[in-house]
Design a binder for this molecule. Structure first.
Ligand code: FAD
Length: 471
């Protein structure tokens, strides 16, 4: 095993003394994420300034047998890979935080992977554009962390209409586990091309290989995403329906329309303090570049929802719906500043109702068996269509971190629920930490051999996120 002192000397040579953290207080700040899963104290943290320094750290890890865990903002919802290899170096990419180019002609943006998603969104908004990043934790997550740690590269604010963030990624620049820097489009897949405008196209689709890889195939240093003209006009409202079947019927009716009249549509029960406990609430957001288009969308929404038996919620609830239409303080209060496990998963339309009932059924059963409410645990469910084909569900498993055992019990329940989702054929949101291992249990032997073969080819010394897809 390499001596920590030698490793630190080498890392300082690469990144400079101020960017190699060895004191316990600094390392502790990296030891937890936003989940109840167990933390991990790194031996050293290194904060490279650019792709060349990332590459030098990766080469050093190969030479000295170090484990590297790429790290964005640490907002992961699944802890760390359960298999530990010492010494562990956390590679914090947040100094790579620049917008490289906003190309208004090609309508693309290229940014470094450590940029906060809110900074990226703000930079393109200034030029009248929108980029699909994330919804809720926009001020807390990095571009590289979302592209790596969430299935499909992330769930943007308007995922109901536009799908997953990865569908809008045109190219990634990645430091491979051997230290090579590759681009999957301009400058790489075609070295004569100067800008990436179409999704791959020069060979096999390699960009998606680095999306949702949990950071095990390479360290992302840059990505190019497509831009959309920003919506100038928006509408948000809250509606009530009597039960789950009515909420599902309304969502299906709206999703069947040729032109979707919404960018966001979600159903929840007792989710907000002012919610009516007995009714399901539908929150709807519509957005358009032209006021006349928005008016037509609102008219279609109101007609369709009314025909499905929905009625408008209370004035107070409708005002909150407008506040929640934009990620900000309301979302932070409601779900970011909470002790909770996030159980987030997707089922295809056909399996959604049975899948949701099965997962909720398991949780309700465990609550009763183990008297979890007495331990301070609670459940909040919200679901929304993910394009026309599938449904995203988020169950917040809240707990009181000051109650002994509550965090561990929540983590245990989250593992059990994610196992059930996977066994039912659902998609789990996190592709990181412990949940990646749970997902891999459902892989067929042939698929497992393929992924293991790719990993062995790219990373023969297993330096990058070792054990991520293992248990
Ligand atoms: C309250 C809350 C709400 C959320 N809501 C949403 C949402 O609306 N939409 C959504 O998409 N997600 C959401 N998430 C999930 C969150 O976006 C992901 O957990 C994301 O991975 C966190 O990004 P990060 O920068 O903090 O990454 P980290 O937590 O630092 O890392 C996550 C994973 O990515 C890897 N990684 C990080 N950076 C890189 C890199 N540059 N190269 C390679 N691998 C890397 C890490 O090794 C790790 O496996 C939410 C999370 C929370 C806590």
């Amino acid at each position: 095993m390499p001596r920590i002192g030698d490793m630190v000397t080498d890392l300082v040579r690469i990144a400079g003394a101020g960017h190699v953290l060895v004191d316990e207080e600094s390392r502790s700040a990296y030891s937890r994420d936003k989940s109840p899963f167990p933390g991990r104290l790194p031996d050293v943290v290194v904060r490279p300034a650019d792709a060349a320094e990332v590459s030098a750290v990766v080469r050093l890890a190969n030479a000295r047998g170090l484990s590297l865990l790429p790290r964005g903002a640490g907002f992961s919802i699944a802890g760390f890979p359960p298999v530990e290899h010492a010494p562990t170096v956390f590679l914090d990419v947040r100094r790579l935080d620049r917008v490289v180019e906003i190309d208004e002609v090609n309508m693309t943006v290229t940014a470094q992977a450590g940029i906060l998603t809110s900074a990226l969104d703000a930079a393109v908004a200034e030029r009248g554009f929108q980029v699909h990043t994330v919804a809720v934790p926009i001020r807390h997550t990095t571009l590289g962390g979302v592209l790596s740690g969430v299935f499909g590269g992330g769930i943007p604010l308007d995922s109901c209409a536009v799908g997953l963030t990865g569908q809008h990624v045109l190219a990634v620049k990645v430091v491979l586990p051997n230290g090579d820097l590759i681009s999957t489009n301009a400058g790489g897949a075609n070295r004569h091309r100067t800008s990436s405008t179409l999704f791959d196209g020069d060979g096999p689709l390699l960009t998606p290989m680095f999306i949702g890889d949990g950071g095990s195939f390479g360290v992302k240093v840059e990505a190019t995403l497509s831009l959309t003209p920003a919506a100038r006009f928006t509408h948000a409202d809250a509606w009530l329906v009597p039960d789950l079947d009515s909420a599902w019927r309304a969502v299906r009716e709206l999703s069947r329309l040729r032109e979707l009249p919404f960018t966001w549509l979600s159903a929840s029960l007792g989710w907000l303090p002012v919610s009516q406990e007995s009714s399901w609430e539908l929150d709807v957001v519509a957005a358009a570049g032209d006021k006349r288009v928005l008016d037509v969308q609102v008219e279609i929404l109101e007609r369709t929802l009314t025909s499905c038996g929905a009625s408008k919620a209370s004035a107070e609830r409708r005002a909150l719906s407008r506040e929640f239409a934009v990620p900000g303080a309301a979302w932070t209060r409601q779900i970011v500043d909470l002790d909770r496990a996030l159980l987030a998963f997707v089922f295809g339309n056909r399996d959604f109702c049975d899948g949701l009932r099965a997962v909720r059924g398991l949780l309700d059963q465990r609550f009763a068996e183990r008297d979890l409410a007495a331990l301070g645990l609670g459940l909040r469910t919200v679901w929304s269509p993910l394009t026309r084909h599938a449904v995203y569900t988020s169950i917040s498993l809240t707990y009181d971190g000051s109650v002994p055992g509550a965090r561990e019990e929540t983590a245990r329940l989250a593992r059990e629920a994610y196992t059930l989702v996977s066994e039912l054929g659902g998609y789990s949101e996190p592709h990181q930490g412990e949940v990646a291992g749970i997902l891999a249990r459902s892989w067929s032997p042939a698929y497992e051999r393929l992924v293991a073969g790719l990993k062995a080819t790219l990373d023969p010394n297993r330096i990058l996120n070792p054990g991520l897809w293992e248990e």
